[in-house]
Design a protein around this ligand. Structure first.
Ligand code: HEC
Length: 172
C-alpha cells in the first residue's frame, strides 16, 4: 500500500512537471542568452539606459518602464518587450530616476522566438529576471523562463490576441 502511494505521488509529480512546460535547462540557457544580448545593448544590467517610468498596477509593480525593441538569438530576430518593475509600493518617479538600481525589483520580458515556438501563445518566450540577471522562480521552485504558464494565463486576456496589453502594434 505504501509503495503504491509513493508511486502515485511520483506519477503526480511527473505529471505536474510535464504540464509545466517551462523552466528547464534549455529555457534557462535561452534566457541567459537573452540577458546577455540585453546587457550588450545597455537594455539591462548596471549600464542600462534609463527611460521615464510610469505608474503601474499589480502584478508588475507600482512603477514601470517598458521598452520595445528586437533582438537576435541563435540567428533569429524577433520583437523584444522589456518591462522593468520598480518598487516598493509608493515609490516616486524622482526616487526611481535618482537611483534606479535601488528600486528595481524585477525585469520581465517577452521575446518573439519564432513561428513554431508557441503558436497558441503568440510565439512569445517569457522570462522574469531579478536585477542581477538571474531568473526568478515560481513558488514551487521553477525558474520563470520559456512558456511560463502564469504569464500566459493572464496575458491571454490582452486585447488583440497578441498577448500584449500596452499595444496592438504588429510586433514581429
Ligand atoms: C495577473 C496578470 C498578469 C500576469 C500574471 C503577468 N502580467 Fe505582464 N502585464 C500585465 C498587464 C496588465 C500589463 C500591462 C500594464 C502594465 O504596464 O503593467 C502587462 C505588461 C507586460 C509587459 C509589457 C508588454 C505588454 O504586454 O504590454 C511584459 C513584457 C510583461 N507584462 C511580461 C510578463 C511576464 C514575463 C510575466 C510572467 C512572469 C507576466 N507579465 C505576468 C498583466 C500580467
Amino acid at each position: 500500500m505504501k509503495l503504491i502511494l509513493i508511486g502515485g505521488a511520483l506519477t503526480l509529480a511527473a505529471t505536474i512537471a510535464l504540464a509545466q512546460d517551462f523552466g528547464g535547462q534549455e529555457d534557462q540557457d535561452y534566457a541567459a542568452q537573452l540577458w546577455q544580448a540585453m546587457q550588450e545593448r545597455n537594455l539591462a544590467g548596471d549600464d542600462a539606459v534609463q527611460a521615464f517610468p510610469y505608474e503601474g498596477t499589480d502584478p508588475h509593480g507600482m512603477m514601470l518602464e517598458t521598452s520595445y525593441t528586437d533582438a537576435t538569438i541563435d540567428g533569429h530576430t524577433g520583437a523584444l518587450v522589456i518591462k522593468r518593475n520598480y518598487g516598493p509600493e509608493g515609490v516616486t518617479v524622482d526616487q526611481v530616476l535618482g537611483s534606479p538600481g535601488d528600486h528595481l525589483g524585477a525585469v520581465t520580458i517577452m521575446f518573439r522566438r519564432g513561428e513554431d515556438y508557441a503558436p497558441d501563445s503568440g510565439n512569445w518566450f517569457w522570462a522574469k529576471y531579478l536585477p542581477d540577471g538571474s531568473l526568478d522562480q515560481t513558488p514551487d521552485g521553477m525558474p520563470i523562463a520559456g512558456k511560463a504558464q502564469g504569464c500566459i494565463d493572464c496575458h491571454a486576456s490582452a486585447e488583440g490576441e497578441d498577448f500584449l496589453f500596452t499595444t496592438n502594434a504588429d510586433l514581429r
